[in-house]
Design a binder for this molecule. Sequence first.
Ligand code: SF4
Ligand code: FES
Length: 253
Amino acid sequence: MSVNKDMNLTLKIWRQKDARSKGKIETYQVSNISPDSSFLEMMDVLNEELISKGEEPVAFDHDCREGICGSCSLHINGEPHGPDRLITTCQLHMRKFKDGDTIYIEPWRAKAFPVIKDLVVDRSSFDRIQQAGGFISVNTSGNTQDANAIPIPKKNADMSMDAATCIGCGACVAACKNSSAMLFVSAKVSQFALLPQGRVEAKDRVLNMVKAMDDEGFGACTNTGACEVECPKGISLENIARMNREYLSATFG
Ligand code: SF4
Ligand code: FES
């Protein structure tokens, strides 16, 4: 049981009917919110109240609510995934806020992530980047290979696994003043670049994924590091340096 008292909060939320409508911030009050509840549970309470009054609930993305799927995507008080570090919005708890607080809740802001409704943005640009090269081509019919058939240095396996923890949430883009997707794309390039299985298509992968990223309208990276700070999975800037090396060697190598 919580020893902290329940909270009354003022919410300033971006409301936008659809992709073509102009949006604006609307003000709502929520009361008796437990500090032990999650941020999305607090949003559920607001939506239940809105529905009971016959009003339109606030649309927001969510699925697993366990920090795995990358669906949740709220910009809370100016920070993607809110004030905590190394967590997604669905893992954020209300104990991070105080009774009487005013909380600003907005969608990711980026040209390549257009708003669909309220707090939901279209992140299919990430899917198209993935489809441009975020895979390896293997024949999966027949017998499964032994797991240890291709020896891989432990350090490389660990770094590849770290890069593969990117959940494609887009917080890196939302955090970046240029709306750059370099951290996301570099994680997807690195997870394969570090493994022998990924080397076969390495050149085409990096060239095609970077082209897809540019075609989608993401901005350039100017090394501010905001993406790494806000990334819920701690994806390192080292991946961007690795992708730049991969790109140079694919272009001039
Ligand atoms: S790099 Fe981090 S912030 Fe960017 S999409 Fe992947 S998990 Fe999200
Ligand atoms: S809802 Fe799946 S990561 Fe937040």
